[in-house]
Structures are given as C-alpha cells and as structure tokens.
Design a protein around this ligand. Sequence first.
Ligand SMILES: Cc1cc2nc3c(=O)[nH]c(=O)nc-3n(C[C@H](O)[C@H](O)[C@H](O)COP(=O)(O)OP(=O)(O)OC[C@H]3O[C@@H](n4cnc5c(N)ncnc54)[C@H](O)[C@@H]3O)c2cc1C
Length: 470
Amino acid sequence: MDMDIKVHSESDVIVAGGGPSGLIAALASARAGARTLLVEQYGFLGGMATAASVGPFSPFHYDDQQITMGIPQELVERLMAAGGSTGHLKCVPEYGSGSYMAYFDREIYKKVAFDMMKESGVNLLLHTFVAGAVVEDSKVKGLLVANKAGLSKVLAKVIVDATGDGDVAARAGAEFKWGREADNLGQPMTMFFEMSNVDIDQLKKYIDENPDDFEWMSDLHSRVPLPPHMNQRYFVAQGFRKAVAQAKANGDLDIGRDTVLLQSTMYEGTIVFNSTRIGKLRGTDPDDFTKAEIAGRQQAMSLAEFMKKYVPAFNNAYVSSTGIQIGVRESRHVVGEYILSEEDAVEGHRFPDVVARGFFPVDIHDPTGAKGYEAGGSTWIKPKAPYDIPLRCLIPKKIDGLVMTGRNISASHEAHGSMRVMGTAFAIGQGSGVVAAVAALDGVEPREVNVRKVQEVLVGQRANLELDRA
Ligand SMILES: Cc1cc2nc3c(=O)[nH]c(=O)nc-3n(C[C@H](O)[C@H](O)[C@H](O)COP(=O)(O)OP(=O)(O)OC[C@H]3O[C@@H](n4cnc5c(N)ncnc54)[C@H](O)[C@@H]3O)c2cc1C
C-alpha cells in the first residue's frame, strides 16, 4: 500500500502542528534558512489558543524580568500593532495567575500568524492531519498525512513534532509516559467558553466585596497607556464557592470543580471561563476524546445556566463562543535524552545545552477531583529562579530525524506543569525550530547538532538564553 502513496512535497524541515510552539518553530526554522513546511489539521494556526479558546498568554516574565523574548515577543508586538493584544499586563497579586498575562483577540491572532508565515517564507499545508510517520531504520523521513486529496507523504530532512500530543513520535515508535508516576493520570481537560453582555460593574463589585467567597483573585495593570478600545478593568478570580455549593446541592450545576475560574477578555462585557473539568480521560484516545468533548459542552452549558441564575451580573448574559475543541492540557511525555524534572524547574537548574528557558509556577489542576490549590488537589509551586530547557529534552531516545517541541517534550508530569504554558511553549518553539534548521542544513542528526551554533542563531533571533550567566 505504501508504494502507491504519492509524495506531496520535500522540504528541509517539516513542523507538524501549528500551535504556539509549532508556529514559532516554523518561523525560526525558515528564518534560519531552511525550506520549511508547516502542516496543521485546522484552517488556522494558534493551537489551544485559537482552537480551544485558551488564553490569555501566560507570562513571558519571571517576577518583573522578561524571560521569553525573540520571535514570541515579536508576535505579541505584531498583535499589539494590529490592535489585537493588550501586551503584557502585570498581575497583582500573582498567585494563581503568574506574574504577567497578555490578552489577545483570537481572530486577529489567526490573521497575524498567517502574515508572519508569509513574510518568513514558511509553506503551509492546512486542513491536513498527520496520521503516521515515514520511518526507515529508526529515522523519521516524513509524515503520512490525510486531507481532501486522500493520503499522501510529505518528506523532510528533519521533522518537528509540534502536535502537543507527540503524535509523530508515537507513530514513529518513540517511548513515552503518561501523567504522574503514581497512577499515570494527567491533568484534566477543559472546554473553554465565553459569556457576553455581562454587567462588569456588578461582577467586579461582588468579587471585591466578597473576598471570602474566592480562593484567589488578581487585578491586571498595563505599564503603558492602552488604546481606548482596550481601556477597561482586567481581572481574574477563582471562587463563587457559596453559590457553587448551593447549586450543586440543588442539582442545578454539573461541573467537575468546586469553584468557578473566570476572567476578563480583550472586550469589556465578555468573560471567559476556565471552569469545566473532565478528568481521567486521555486526549490521544479517540473514544476518550469523544466522551470529553460531549462532557465538556454539557458542563459549559450547565455552568452558563448557573451563572445566569445564581450570579446577578450574568442575568442578561449569553454564551457567545465555545472552543472548537476541548482543551487538552497534558498528554504524552515523549522520553528524550534527558527528562526535565520538578527539581530542575523548582530549583532553577541551568544546562550548558540550553535552547529555551522556563519560569512559570508548577501549575497542576487536580487530575482526579474538583479541588483548587487551597484545598490541596491542585498544585502551585513557584520556581526559585528561571530554569533552562536543554536540547536533550527535545531529542527522543533512539529516534533520529525528529525534534520535539511544546508541551510534549521530555519532562515529568510536574515539570510539564510549569513549562506547558504559552509563554514557555513559544520559547521552546524557537529553540526547536533552530535545532531542526541547523541539523537539516548541516546534514547531521538533531542529537549531533552543534549546540554552540544553535545558541548563536537563537541569540541572533533575539532569544534570551542568558548564555553569559556566571
Ligand atoms: C484548558 C487549558 C487552559 C490553559 N490555560 C492557559 C493559559 O491561561 N495561559 C497559557 O499561556 N497557557 C494555557 N494553557 C496551556 C497552553 O494552551 C498549551 O500548553 C499550549 O497551547 C501548548 O502549545 P503547543 O504548541 O505545544 O500545543 P497545542 O497548543 O496543543 O498545539 C498543537 C497544534 O498541533 C495541531 N495538531 C495536533 N495534532 C495534529 C495532527 N495529528 N495533525 C495535524 N495537526 C495536529 C493542533 O491542531 C494544534 O494547532 C492551557 C491549556 C489548556 C488545555
């Protein structure tokens, strides 16, 4: 059968998946001089941020120090210039939110991402699903893809697995792990949704006047004046404990959490909910994924009805959008040449083969139950300092021709809890894109790439590796 499958194209580098990590990887690879193809299942880029309505961008900062720079920062600036992002807002206090967050408009993001691909010469193949890997002697030589033309192959010298789920690595036979050591359970899935026509004055007043009803809340402040259409109060809050308990007792609410986590969006009057919770299912199992989508929508609509009935600020609100798909926080951890550990993240470890830096707290939503951080089911641990993500975490054991990126790199469940957010996924993307390009252009395997050269290219692309640290 394989002999009959036609080759669609050949490139230096193929990036499989156009989420935050994949889109930055494709830009970094193309700018490093490699002929680069980006393959994406949807008709737009952005991954969880655009497909699952996830946002805002978690910090590019550790405390007030900006860690993620380079192409990710350029993306934020392009979004700001297009009127599509607030830029980095400071969270006060940072507990539960991270030190800064950047709100963005999903539709402007989709357009700006395409603009940047075009300017950098990235070739795109959209509406194309990666169904398999073309492997010879443990080396990945291409992808088997499915689209409107049926099955075809796309070939390249180096492939970047940016599917978030390690789909390419799994199809190539790479070893991977799932979730935490004790029971192999990963973080729950969540269906994001937005409600519009919310009475923000009333909502904010309730939050400010009832701190006991909330586990945590933050206000967000811009350090520079915002354009008039973005000039509003930005906030995030996790709570409504009393109403949730009452509604659950009345049989009026079906969500997997004991609190509601909501926050503002770019547009005053529209609130986004990170509050549904579907645990113990795997986003890479098609039957589980189907169950999770159905349960996610059921919880989203149940929560929206609850908000309208129990929280006066939502009396006249309506559901204005839901994710195109449920958000998948965690799936395969592909076992690489090095496994990033919780200690590496929390202690701020450094590595000579650094290609990106992490800094976000270890943020693990309760894999089995409804609890928040305070109640002990979920985890929030701030690293003592930013940490390095070494090249070895991007290289799967025993498989050549393949570079991992984003949330499926080689890391423990706990380290993943820190590096999984978009500020870091973007930075890892820049690292993996340059690794892939340098390997392809030098004709070497990613595991043999000249690290110093990779770091020089990254620094030339304004990535912040802090190579001169003592
Ligand atoms: C519910 C939830 C809430 C979150 N909250 C935040 C938050 O507030 N702030 C924050 O910064 N981060 C948050 N995150 C984390 C963040 O969104 C992700 O970790 C980040 O998107 C990871 O980027 P990625 O590029 O590795 O993967 P993804 O974003 O998952 O992107 C993968 C891309 O690959 C494509 N793809 C996958 N498989 C295939 C295939 N087989 N063939 C073709 N294409 C494929 C997908 O369509 C997608 O475009 C949250 C995540 C979730 C799920």
